[in-house]
Write a protein that binds this ligand. Structure first.
Ligand code: UDP
Ligand code: MG
Length: 304
C-alpha cells in the first residue's frame, strides 16, 4: 500500500488543530493508501504544540515537529518534507482553507503518473479588494522574475518522492516553496479548488508582513533590481554627455554663467542615485552573506 504524507505547517493554530486532525483522519482512513499527518509547529506562542502532542498520543498516524522559534511557513514546509516518509507528500494549510477532499483528486493524478500536482486557486475566497490587488501585483512580478506562471499558485500541492528529494537537495537557506516546486520541473498537473473560509483563528499575515515577504522573494528570485542599477547608470551617463556638451559650448562661447544652482541640483541627484544603487547592491550582498553563513533553515526543539 503506498504511503501518503500530509505536511501541515501550523503557527498559532490551537483553535483549528483538533478539527483539522479529525477531518483529515476521517477522510484519509479507509482509503486505498495509508497515510501519515506531519504537523510542524512553527514556534507557536499558544497551545498548538500541546494539541499536536495530544493528537500524536491518541493516533499513531499523527506526528509532530516543534521549532525552537518562528522560522516562517516555508521553513516549516521544508522540515515537514524532510520528516515525511511517504511515496507522495501533500502540503496543505492547517486552517482547512485548502479543501481536504482535493487531496483525493491529487492522489488520483499521482497514480496516473504525475509527479507534481499543483493546487490552483479557482476562486480566492473572501478577501479585501486591496489584498486581492496587491497579491495580483506580487504574482505578476514574481511570474516574470521567475519565468514561471504563478498567478493562481498556492502552497497546496502533492509532490512525488522524487520531487520531494530534489526540493530537499536544494541548499539555499531562504527557500520559497511555491517558486521552488515550480522550478524543479517534473511531470505536473493541476487541480482547481475554491479557497474556503477560515473558520477559527485568524490569518497570520498582516499587510506589512505580506509586503516584506513579497519584496524578499522578488529580490531573492531575480537579479532585476541589480539590472535597474545598470540602467540608471546608463541614463545618468546620457544626461551627463548632453549636459557637458552644453556646458562646453557655453564656456567656449564665453558666456558661462555661475551655475551654482545647477551644481547643487546635480550633486543631490547623483548622490541619491548612487545611494539607492548602493542600497540595492547591498541588499544582494546581505543575501549572499546570509547564504554563506550556512545557518540551518530551522531548529527543531522537540519531536513526537
Ligand atoms: N503559518 C506558518 N508560519 C507562519 C505563518 C503561517 O506555519 O509564520 C501557517 C499557518 O499556520 C497556516 C498556513 O501557514 O497553516 C497559512 O497561514 P494563514 O492561514 O495565516 O495564511 P492565509 O490563509 O491568510 O494566506
Ligand atoms: Mg489561511
Amino acid at each position: 500500500m503506498p504511503l501518503l504524507s500530509v505536511v501541515i505547517p501550523a503557527y498559532n493554530e490551537e483553535a483549528m488543530l483538533p478539527k483539522t486532525v479529525s477531518v483529515l483522519t476521517e477522510l484519509l482512513s479507509g482509503q486505498v493508501f495509508s497515510y501519515e499527518l506531519i504537523f510542524v509547529d512553527d514556534g507557536s506562542t499558544d497551545h498548538t504544540w500541546d494539541r499536536i502532542r495530544q493528537a500524536a498520543e491518541t493516533a499513531p498516524d499523527v506526528h509532530g515537529v516543534h521549532f525552537s522559534r518562528n522560522f516562517g511557513k516555508d521553513a516549516a514546509i521544508c522540515a515537514g518534507l524532510a520528516q515525511a516518509r511517504g511515496d507522495c507528500c501533500v502540503v496543505m494549510d492547517c486552517d482547512l482553507q485548502h479543501p481536504p477532499q482535493t487531496i483525493l483528486e491529487m492522489y488520483k493524478l499521482w497514480e496516473q503518473g504525475y509527479e507534481v500536482v499543483e493546487g490552483v486557486k479557482h476562486s480566492r475566497g473572501r478577501e479585501s479588494l486591496w489584498h486581492r490587488a496587491s497579491a495580483g501585483l506580487f504574482y505578476k512580478i514574481m511570474s516574470s522574475a521567475t519565468k514561471i506562471d504563478m498567478r493562481s499558485a498556492s502552497d497546496f500541492k502533492l509532490l512525488d518522492r522524487k520531487a520531494v528529494q530534489s526540493l530537499l537537495s536544494m541548499p539555499e537557506r531562504k527557500g520559497f516553496f511555491r517558486a521552488q516546486s515550480a522550478w524543479i520541473g517534473f511531470r505536473s498537473a493541476s487541480v482547481y479548488f475554491d479557497v474556503q473560509e477560515r473558520e477559527l483563528g485568524k490569518s497570520k499575515w498582516s499587510t506589512i508582513s505580506l509586503v516584506r515577504y513579497a519584496l524578499t522573494n522578488i529580490l531573492n528570485y531575480s537579479t532585476l533590481a541589480m539590472q535597474i542599477v545598470t540602467f540608471a547608470g546608463a541614463v545618468v551617463f546620457l544626461l551627463a554627455v548632453i549636459l557637458s556638451v552644453q556646458t562646453l559650448i557655453r564656456y567656449f562661447s564665453g558666456n558661462s554663467v555661475e551655475g551654482f544652482t545647477t551644481v547643487i541640483l546635480l550633486l543631490l541627484f547623483l548622490g541619491s542615485v548612487i545611494m539607492i544603487s548602493l542600497g540595492i547592491i547591498g541588499y544582494y550582498i546581505a543575501q549572499i552573506y546570509q547564504e554563506v553563513q550556512q545557518r540551518p533553515r530551522y531548529i527543531i526543539s522537540e519531536m513526537t
